[in-house]
Design a protein around this ligand. Structure first.
Ligand code: AMP
Ligand code: ZN
Ligand code: ZN
Length: 446
């Protein structure tokens, strides 16, 4: 519900099908040519790695393990069982998993949650409170599709894991991750790329493996990898569709290739596969908040409302209060504490929280303005009200205990887990290292 579905040349579904075909085409081209792991790919011209001049790994870091953190966008926690995902299921059996899911931060959308995973902070503390939002103090808009904004480090707070690694003389690399294109906390990953959804997953995996084949001095110890197909299918066709089942099998096969490649390296690599959020079938047509309240003087982004002054905020709150059973409205300061969504101006005021999978936006499009129906599947909702927002979590490797399952936990706790594996000093964060302690073999490497 958080996304303004603005000008998209590709529909999500078309994009995910294209990506799967591209990946498949490459795989068969490789098989025919008998190509090795370092072969060039049909994504040629795409996937240019940017290197930062961060220097070699410090001597003290070289004996540390490696962590590969993979995000499968929109991979709902129950897809492993609902659809067949044998490679991820095998990972869960060999390692640790959260069978009832990992709890995303609110709002359960891509940018806020990737930043939460990578900083250990709730969105209102790392600053990326939605995929698209307005900052009343800066008088500027942040949008995940605006490359100038995503590359501008001044939007972000906290210390991403790659910056924490680099601050400690440990090399890091990102094959895509929200925030990875910006300088944050004074650092950039040693290796990263500009986001390009058309790079085939096989090419992304080959690059991750190539990074791990670098000489020890240059070899990154912390690596991120991102794949979007499951989210695309979930939006276009819904979480219960055959297309989503196909996308789940497709990314599961990619995870299988990654595992095979990692095994062949004989390095101590811990592999952690997560999602940012789940997916739910939307119900009903758009709910336009301006049908209940006069928002003509507000700035708005999707469902977010930024009042010109306190009087207008109070008036809109009164108009929206009790107006529909499909949402609850709060003055920002009164949003329930467990949502951690009440202290940042970027969240707007008042704040509307959907009570079910309802598509909500502030404005009715003007007559003649292009509009589109809500997506079949959507996320962004409160995971406490909609458990289908919960995300995948599975981990394996030399530091992870075998066959451990954990109850649902908040994704702010992934950061201290990874910092602990890498023996890096996590500073003041919202996550707690004790929450996932149980999945680690040895208590501490610090
Ligand atoms: P959402 O619907 O919130 O799950 O957003 C998913 C979309 O975010 C994907 O389909 C991508 O197009 C986009 N996305 C993911 N990672 C990035 C990134 N690093 N930079 C820009 N856009 C991204
Ligand atoms: Zn997402
Ligand atoms: Zn999505």
């Amino acid at each position: 519900m958080r996304k303004a579905h603005c000008s998209r040349i590709w529909s999500r579904g078309a994009l995910f099908i294209a990506l799967m075909l591209l990946g498949g085409a490459r795989a068969s081209a490789q098989m025919q040519a008998g190509a090795g792991a370092s072969a060039q790919t049909p994504g040629a011209g795409r996937g240019a790695v940017i290197e930062s001049a961060n220097g070699p790994n410090a001597a003290s870091q070289r004996a540390k393990p490696y962590v590969v953190l993979v995000s499968l966008d929109g991979f709902r926690y129950d897809y492993v069982k609902k659809y067949s995902a044998p490679n991820i299921a095998a990972m869960a059996a060999r390692g640790a998993s959260a069978p009832d899911g990992m709890i995303p931060a609110y709002p359960s959308v891509t940018f806020p949650n990737h930043l939460t995973l990578i900083t250990g902070l709730y969105p209102e503390h790392h600053g990326i409170v939605a995929n698209i939002f307005y900052d009343p103090a800066r008088k500027q808009r942040y949008a995940y599709s605006d490359s100038a904004a995503v590359q501008d480090g001044s939007w972000y707070s906290g210390v991403p894991l790659w910056s924490l690694a680099e601050q400690n003389g440990m090399r890091s690399a990102c094959y895509f991750w929200p925030g990875s294109e910006a300088e944050i906390a004074g650092k950039r990953p040693s290796y990263y790329l500009k986001f390009d959804p058309l790079v085939p997953n096989d090419q992304r995996i080959e690059q991750v493996l190539a990074w791990l084949r670098l000489p020890e001095a240059q070899r990154p110890h912390f690596i991120t990898l991102y794949m979007a197909e499951v989210d695309g299918a979930g939006h276009e066709y819904g979480p219960d569709s055959p297309e989503t089942a196909t996308a789940v099998k497709f990314v599961d096969a990619e995870i299988g290739k990654l595992i095979a490649g990692l095994d062949a390296l004989h390095l101590p690599v811990d592999l952690i596969v997560v999602a940012d959020h789940g997916m739910e079938t939307t119900r009903g047509n758009w709910i336009n908040l301006d049908q209940f309240a006069d928002l003509s003087h507000f700035k708005t982004e999707g469902p977010l409302m930024y009042a010109p002054n306190e009087a207008e905020a109070a008036k809109a709150f009164q108009s929206l209060k009790g107006a529909s059973d499909k949402f609850t409205v709060y003055r920002r300061a009164d949003v329930p504490a467990e949502l951690h969504y009440n202290s940042n101006e970027r969240e707007g005021d008042p704040v509307v929280i959907a009570t079910g999978p309802y598509p909500i936006r502030a404005h009715t499009p003007a007559p003649g303005e292009p509009d589109r129906p809500p997506a079949v599947g959507q996320h962004g909702y409160d995971p406490r009200l909609l458990p289908t927002m919960k995300a995948l979590f599975v981990a394996t490797g030399p530091d992870i205990r075998a066959g451990v399952t954990v109850a649902p936990f908040e994704n702010v706790n992934v950061y201290p887990l990874i910092a602990k594996i890498l023996g890096l000093p996590a500073g003041k964060i919202d996550g707690d290292v004790n929450v996932l302690q149980i999945i680690l073999k040895s208590p501490s490497k610090n």
